[in-house]
Design a protein around this ligand. Structure first.
Ligand SMILES: [Zn+2]
Length: 127
């Protein structure tokens, strides 16, 4: 982004994280009315955030962890369980890394047409 006012980038993140006050939202939307570059960037961030929200809660069966662990050799299973219980935050980050990587890879495949609409190549089931 070459818009010189970095304040609006911070406001975009606050709005998308649902942490902005009504006044901050108003300030951002007023700027977006006059700054095409920020408006395009905000639309891209909004779209990426929506994708993340869809990916953030994968529906796994209750037996998923057990079925994966049952397929590991016994000594590795023990090591993974012990490591996971010692480092719960890192385990959660590792689990989230896969969908986050997919979003980042997907975002790199975005292209724009001359009307500033964002076109995204998405494959797979969209339901
Ligand atoms: Zn701007």
């Amino acid at each position: 982004m070459s818009c010189t006012n970095k304040k609006y980038l911070s406001l975009m993140n606050k709005v998308l994280d649902e942490e902005a006050t009504e006044r901050e939202k108003h300030e951002l939307y007023e700027h977006l009315d006059s700054c095409n570059e920020c408006r395009v960037h905000f639309n891209e961030l909004t779209y990426s955030t929506e994708l993340l929200r869809r990916l953030a809660h994968p529906q796994l069966s209750a037996a998923f962890t057990k079925s994966v662990l049952d397929q590991l050799p016994a000594e590795k299973r023990h090591v993974i369980l012990r490591w996971g219980s010692r480092h719960p935050v890192l385990t959660a980050v590792a689990i989230c890394a896969v969908p986050m990587s997919l979003v980042v890879i997907g975002a790199r495949h975005q292209t724009r047409d001359k009307n500033d609409y964002v076109l995204v190549n998405v494959s797979g089931d969209q339901t």
